[in-house]
Design a protein. Structure first.
Length: 333
């Protein structure tokens, strides 16, 4: 059995949703396989995941849909949307369909705490290696559409060297702090933040090249994560790796990185424990040692983070990602 069959065998039975939350199984399967290149280990992980989780099964009876638009942001239409996407992909190249939908709905990058984009990126990477994963790309697209939540786009550009200083200013703002510390859901906080005149004025994006933009936001995201082990901050980093993986499908990749930066900052500002102080991040372990340690974890987020952080470091030479991964693993011990 190969990784495509393992992913397809389970994902065709189960919804992306798990009691209103997220079914991480296909992402965990892919990340573990890429960390280990071990099918047997991935199969064993799958069995254990299914024992512990009560994932929603796909509905056998469901509402038919005629357009993508009517599915947008409607989780209960996942099955109907998937059927429609499958019909479209019979006559259209699946990668062209990915590009069309991503460019039509780019403000949905952070939907479901970036899970929609992460699952699609993993699916696309798998598809490039094995065309049998096409059906997982279709499922990921239906997930992207039905879980859609609109993000935002800041306009004020700063140099990457100033990103920490600018983030500190946002953290100290009393009105934004009030939202961050309020006793409401993450979604409600995001809605308030995107409607905040102050944040729209003071929020920032990074000017420069792709590397400048990535460097600038990672200067904030990496310490925010390793200081707190916060799951929201973890997903901002794995979400960034997903956006980078999907680069070729975007018509305006610079704008996409700006949307990502906007939504990542907004997500950080929902968290009361936000802390971006810099630590000494020097460690002796190699990535191979860290990936080996990560692959022993039963926590799907540790697997995904190790995989995504390693990929980002390989592309952008961001060594602090290795430290962040190491610290995540150590906290599990």
């Amino acid at each position: 059995m190969n990784i495509a069959r393992i992913i397809n065998e389970n994902s065709q039975k189960y919804s992306p949703y798990n009691n209103g939350l997220v079914n991480h199984l296909p992402m965990g399967q892919f990340a573990l396989y890429k960390l280990t290149n071990n099918i047997e280990k991935t199969e064993e992980y799958t069995k254990n995941y299914l024992k512990k989780s009560n994932i929603d099964k796909v509905k056998e009876e469901y509402k038919k849909v005629n357009t993508i638009e009517e599915c947008l942001g409607k989780r209960d239409l996942y099955e109907g949307c998937l059927e429609l996407i499958r019909e479209i992909s019979k006559n259209e190249d699946i990668e062209e369909l990915v590009s069309f939908l991503l460019n039509k709905y780019p403000l949905g990058l952070s939907s479901g705490l970036f899970h929609t984009t992460i699952r699609l990126a993993y699916a696309i990477e798998g598809y490039k290696e094995d065309s049998e994963i096409k059906s997982e790309v279709e499922r990921a697209l239906s997930y992207y559409i039905t879980a859609y939540r609109k993000g935002g786009l800041f306009k004020r550009k700063i140099e990457k060297e100033n990103s920490l200083e600018e983030m500190y200013k946002l953290m100290q703002d009393e009105k934004l702090k009030e939202i961050r510390n309020s006793d409401i859901s993450l979604g409600q906080k995001l809605k308030k933040l995107y409607n905040s005149e102050k944040l729209l004025r003071q929020g920032f994006i990074i000017e420069g090249s792709e590397k400048d933009k990535v460097d600038g936001i990672l200067k904030v995201l990496i310490p925010a994560f390793y200081n707190t082990n916060n799951i929201v901050m973890l997903h901002c980093i794995t979400g960034l790796q997903a956006v980078v993986t999907l680069k070729e499908y975007f018509k305006d990749y610079e704008m996409i990185l700006d949307i990502f930066t906007t939504t990542a900052i907004a997500h950080l500002l929902t968290q009361g424990d936000l802390d971006i102080r810099i630590e000494d991040t020097k460690i002796n372990q190699s990535w191979e040692e860290i990936k080996k340690s990560a692959s022993k974890s039963t926590n799907v987020h540790t697997l995904k983070f190790a995989y995504s952080a390693n990929k980002l470091d390989n592309i952008f030479d961001e060594k602090d990602l290795k430290y962040a991964t190491y610290k995540r693993i150590e906290l599990e011990k």
